[in-house]
Ligand binder design. Structure first.
Ligand code: NAD
Length: 373
């Protein structure tokens, strides 16, 4: 077919596609030229074999942060220990190093990233490396490098090797001009942090690679994630994780956000399950490639009230951090995740009372062990 006719057919197919839908079926990668780094993909994800989807070989970047270790454990239970490789630029503690495959991988080193993907026959990539919102504001150039240049490397490697790619976005991808209560999937996004800007960039670039090169990109906007056994990495919602820890250990907590600051939150088990569910969803069930997901929403004072039911002597004081407060004030109070619920059956398990009981049971048992020793 002559190139001009072919392109005009592609353009007309794109015009008929839904605003946020994936044009993948209409625009096969081979029609629109070579991949950005000129390494021709051998196949679009449509030709990835059934067994590769059923038994993926998985790489997790930035895997030693708050979420990566839990994700590795969760995926290893499902796909086998040897099929899930954790990577980071930090040295893993002993128990993580011995719990399954770990390799050094710096996402800023494109050739090495490609070598890791090729040598380990990776088929799914979970891209967790990032500098989070509060930390990003203290080192904008590093945040820009890791969150934007690093993402470009990951996108190119994923497109070249026909990987299924998961990139988490965040409530931080919204800004003060977005509707805040609730925040829909599609609305104005003008964040005022380098973290938020990089997350909007990741959403748009991933969707563009999906349309343009057939990359099987999948993205969830996580709320603040609450985990019991891993430390948060410098985000604005970290206060909630710290409150459980300090309440169990000292019976008191100093909060760096105002008492009425409402933010969407989620327990880590729900977050990891959502991540796997969207990765396993059939491509034709996804009307979008970037989804809000939601579970609960609370303020520091509402969380403290719930903690008080478990630690009656608990006391909370406030020492507001103006940088974090400004970030929180520009973020959604509630996320509308109705499209995720409709398209691929998303449903959360943990509401606020279950979350607090689970967290206090975890930290309570820790404290008792510490006191016994
Ligand atoms: N934790 C949350 O509440 C939350 C909420 C929304 C979105 N997310 C997203 O989920 C992902 C994981 O979050 P997290 O809380 O585990 O983050 P984290 O900050 O705890 O961990 C990020 C990891 O990235 C690694 N890293 C930094 N530079 C790197 C580089 N050049 N190459 C490779 N790795 C590098 C760090 O060493 C760190 O272990 C991030 O993309 C984050 O934006 C997290």
């Amino acid at each position: 077919m002559p190139v001009i006719r072919m392109l005009s057919r592609v353009v007309s197919q794109m015009q008929q596609s839904p605003a946020c839908g994936c044009w993948l079926l209409a625009v096969p990668a081979r029609f629109l030229g070579t991949l950005p780094r000129q390494v021709q993909s051998d196949a679009s994800f449509h030709s990835v074999s059934f067994s590769e989807i059923d038994h993926p070989r998985i790489l997790i970047t930035g895997g030693l942060g708050q979420l990566g270790v839990g994700l590795a454990n969760f995926l290893r239970k499902r796909f086998g220990k040897q099929n899930v490789i954790l990577s980071d630029i930090r040295k893993p503690p002993n128990h993580i190093f011995h719990s399954g495959p770990f390799i050094y991988s710096d996402i800023l080193d494109y050739k090495h990233l490609r070598e890791v993907v090729v040598n380990n026959r990776i088929t799914w990539l979970f891209h967790y490396s990032a500098l989070l919102s509060a930390v990003g504001e203290t080192n904008v150039s590093l945040a820009r490098a890791v969150n934007i240049t690093g993402l470009h490397n990951v996108l190119d490697v994923a497109a070249e090797h026909s990987l299924r790619l998961f990139v988490p976005s965040s409530i931080g991808a919204f800004g003060p001009t977005s509707p805040r209560n609730p925040t829909p999937d599609l609305c104005i996004q003008r964040p005022r942090t380098i973290y938020g800007v990089s997350k909007v960039h990741a959403e748009l670039m991933g969707e563009y690679y999906c349309y343009r090169y057939g990359l099987d990109f999948r993205c969830l906007r996580y709320p603040g994630i609450i985990s019991a056994d891993t430390q948060p990495g410098g985000g604005t919602t970290d206060y909630a994780v710290q409150m459980f820890h300090d309440a169990a250990k000292n019976g008191k907590f100093e909060c760096n956000l105002k008492p009425t600051t409402r933010l969407p939150m989620m327990y880590i088990d729900d977050c990891l399950r959502a991540t796997l569910e969207v990765m396993e969803a059939p491509a034709d069930s996804l009307s979008m490639r970037t989804y809000n997901i939601s579970a609960m929403s609370f303020t520091p004072e509402e969380l403290a009230q719930e903690v008080l039911k478990h630690v009656p002597e608990f006391q909370m004081t406030y020492n507001v951090d103006s940088v974090r407060q400004a970030i929180a004030d520009s973020w959604p109070m509630n996320l509308d995740d109705s499209t995720a619920r409709k398209d691929w059956g998303w449903k959360h398990d943990f509401d606020l009372p279950e979350l607090v009981t689970t967290m206090m049971n975890f930290h309570g048992s820790d404290t008792r062990v510490a006191q016994a020793n």
